[in-house]
Design a binder for this molecule. Structure first.
Ligand code: AMP
Length: 207
């Protein structure tokens, strides 16, 4: 099964993706993670992506689509995958339809008022885990692997404002795109904990 994870920045896509990967053995592919690894490695793609990411804008479609198209040819993607952060607009979704088959789009819907606090309070680990400062009780390392926690460079109020605008104008139309294809399942999160959201996702995936 191939799944697209949809949701605004801060909706909890990454957190849910790592749980889904563990339980359902679907490969987690995050374009944001791929860009961050390229930035860290100082590659040409990283240099290009950084200016867009720092501004809260989308990295150009052609670059992003090529990265995903290539990644899906690796052997580990044979048994099903979950795309987190891709597609981000209708053009990317149309491109994806040309080189892959999407079975399901899981839309993680969170009240927009909660997102700014969630993202600005987020602390992440290189292993993929993420936390909110309010639950860390001063801890600075990851509970899962012991790695040092840090704040993403684009998790600051100014960039987040731009990312939310980008989501509303460019990414939210994908709800209708996948709805029209009969592939959309929306998980309404309200103020649910990650465990509660995951339980709702399992209900959908188990069917
Ligand atoms: P994320 O980790 O998904 O929040 O992505 C972080 C940033 O990477 C985004 O704000 C974009 O600048 C860039 N990015 C990630 N995925 C895409 C994509 N599919 N298309 C264009 N830019 C992307």
């Amino acid at each position: 099964m191939n799944v697209v994870l949809l949701g605004a920045p801060g909706a909890g896509k990454g957190t849910q993706a790592s749980r889904i990967q563990e339980k359902y053995k679907l490969l987690h592919i995050s374009t944001g993670d791929i860009f961050r690894a390229n930035i860290k490695g100082g590659t040409e793609i990283g240099k290009l992506a950084k200016s867009y990411i720092d501004a809260g804008k989308l990295v150009p479609d052609e670059v992003t689509c090529d990265i995903v198209k290539d990644r899906l040819t690796w052997d580990d993607a044979n048994c099903g995958y979950m795309l987190d952060g891709f597609p981000r607009n209708v053009f990317q979704a149309e491109e994806l339809d040309k080189f892959a088959k999407v079975d399901l789009c899981l839309n993680i819907a969170v009240d927009e008022k909660l997102l700014m606090d969630r993202i600005c309070g987020r602390r992440v680990c290189a292993c993929g885990e993420s936390y909110h400062v309010s639950t860390l009780n001063g801890a600075t390392v990851c509970k899962k692997c012991g790695g040092e926690l840090y704040q993403r460079a684009d998790d600051n109020p100014e960039t987040v404002k731009s990312r939310l605008e980008t989501y509303n104008t460019q990414t939210a139309p994908l709800i209708d795109y996948y709805g029209a294809q009969g592939k959309l399942k929306t998980v309404n999160c309200g103020n649910d904990s990650p465990d509660e959201v995951f339980a709702k996702i399992c209900e959908i995936l188990d069917k």
